[in-house]
Design a protein around this ligand. Sequence first.
Ligand code: BTN
Length: 333
Amino acid sequence: MANLPGTTDRRIDALLTLLTENSTIVISGEKIAKEIGVTRQQVWRWVQKMRELGVRVKGHARTGYHIERAPDILVPQLLSRRLFGTPFARRIYHFFKTDSTNTVAMQLGEQGEPHGALVLAEEQTAGRGRAGRKWISEKSAGIHCSILVRPPISPAHAPLLTLVAGLAARDAAAEELDVLPDIRWPNDLLVRGRKFSGILTEMHAEPDRMHYAVIGIGINVNQTKMPTELADFATSLRMETGKVHSRLEVLIRLLRHLDRYYNQFIAEGAGPILRRFAEVSSYFQGKRVRITTPIEVFTGTTAGLESSGVLRVMRDDGGGIESVLSGDVAEAS
Ligand code: BTN
């Protein structure tokens, strides 16, 4: 694995895994020390550090330790076991804080890191959204993850990769919600018209060959409110259901669905992905929309997707069908 500065210490990872998997029992400092290969004094220091990170560990070196409630931290060792059999289990880079997981994953791509590497952060200080926007990434409230993929496809088919990720995130979230989420092309996830997840796909490619792509997924999970300027447009799973959701479980489901859709896309091509998008997105066909591209703003009605994943819109101004490669899509009245 690449040696990245700032990733979570493997021993904290091991300690968190040990305590979480044995949350109902008290484990002696000595046993922990032996299992993770450090001294008892060091275990004490790590426990202190974990308490600073908000993990509620009870006990002390003499009596042993136990965790009051399994912490919802995206611990690599735990994840790796639960993702066994997928390409995401092997190389998981976890940060308590980083600028942007997409930036880290792009660097890993450049360094030759293999397909499936996963970058996770409890908090991002410079989370990036589409069209140069920011993605607010409050500590441990949402999922901030980036997946490095090396698909054998041409860059022209990259929009399909984005649809694949959107479908996976949609299915993972649907299991947490009482109402079905919608996908606003290409991959904003909405519930009751408000956005709770976005995807930023970046790639390194030549005109006819993709070297690698990074799929960055942000999901608002346990935020209890949104910043004033976003309050009318954004929401979280918790704000919708009134319940606390396990980020770990949502992430595992997201990656399992991603593995399934990705394999289907590589094996069978665009067909099944486009059909699934048509089933679950109200934006696929017949939706009145306002499209904002870098060169113009126009209104029209959606008319399906091209085989490359590009959105077709019948323009109101009589200009016929427009193929929208990228841009902002908003529901129009
Ligand atoms: C959007 O809807 O504008 C896309 C948001 C993408 C946010 C995610 S969070 C994880 C990854 N790292 C980033 O800096 N951005 C993506």
